[in-house]
Design a protein around this ligand. Structure first.
Ligand code: GLP
Length: 251
């Protein structure tokens, strides 16, 4: 694991956007794994801006999103499909048929999860996976207790995650309690992983994920097992890391 600590969330987002752009410039037919949530909004804004200035093309890029809520259609404003369209896909030259997100409306979520997993394999796996980190150190929607070898599947969300994400739903809107998420084992098979975490509310999750020990109780700690993971933080999110650990991991 390598670590990059920036002064601000904006600088950390710019660093991650740069990694994404370099990836698609070096390998135009890259397969990207993409996250949602508040944290990557700054990354997508920077990528859109760079694209408008002629940096990077998505013409040959394929994407796989990490997760989707069960019960939300792609046009629901709180769905991750809608988020991706609003924040990235509608603004760049990506071929919609190569943007993949689990369907939240599948009749059988278990079959949908298996289909998604096979599709990732059919595309030859993911070159670069971008990840956020939940306050309880979840990655995708792999909540504490998820096995580090878990595959894409239907999951129940913890009350704390439902509460943390409530702000993304309109007042009175029904908030799902289940999702389909890439598994931790699926994530660990990606060739390169970049995690972005910013703000003091992520400091504990960052420390538990980086300091170890690696355990099923801390989904983010599975990333220590991966040969090419970079965690990009702002100072607030790095607050609880020991200096010696930072020196050891600094890229
Ligand atoms: C959701 C997503 C995760 C994301 C997390 C953190 O639960 N499924 O992939 O990392 O939220 O979200 P935020 O960046 O809004 O804190």
């Amino acid at each position: 694991m390598k670590i990059i600590i920036k002064d601000s969330a904006a600088d950390a987002s710019a660093a991650v956007a740069d990694i994404l752009l370099r990836q698609i410039i070096q390998k135009p037919e890259s397969v990207l794994g993409l996250p949602t949530g508040g944290t990557p909004l700054g990354v997508y804004a920077r990528v859109r801006e760079a694209y408008q200035h002629g940096r990077g093309s998505f013409a040959a890029v394929t994407t796989f999103n990490l997760d989707e809520y069960i019960g939300l259609a792609a046009d629901d404003p709180a769905s991750y499909a809608h988020y991706m369209s609003e924040n990235l896909f509608a603004h760049v030259n990506i071929d919609a048929s190569r943007t993949h997100i689990p369907s939240g409306m599948a009749v059988d979520p278990d079959i949908e999860a298996a289909r998604y997993e096979s599709l990732i394999t059919a595309y030859g796996g993911i070159d670069l996976m971008l990840l956020g980190l939940g306050r309880n150190a979840h990655i995708g929607f792999n909540e504490p207790g998820s096995a580090h070898g878990s595959r894409t599947r239907r999951v129940s969300l913890t009350p704390s995650t439902i509460e943390a994400n409530a702000g993304y739903f309109a007042p009175g809107a029904r908030q799902p309690s289940h999702a389909i998420t890439m598994g931790i084992g699926t994530i660990l098979e990606c060739r390169k992983i970049v995690v972005l975490a910013t703000g003091p509310e992520k400091a504990e999750a960052v420390a538990a994920s980086v300091n170890g020990p690696s355990s099923d109780d801390v989904p983010g700690s599975a990333l220590m097992r991966h040969h090419d993971t970079t965690i990009v933080l702002d100072k607030a999110a790095a607050r609880d890391l020991e200096r010696s650990k930072i020196r050891e991991l600094e890229a």
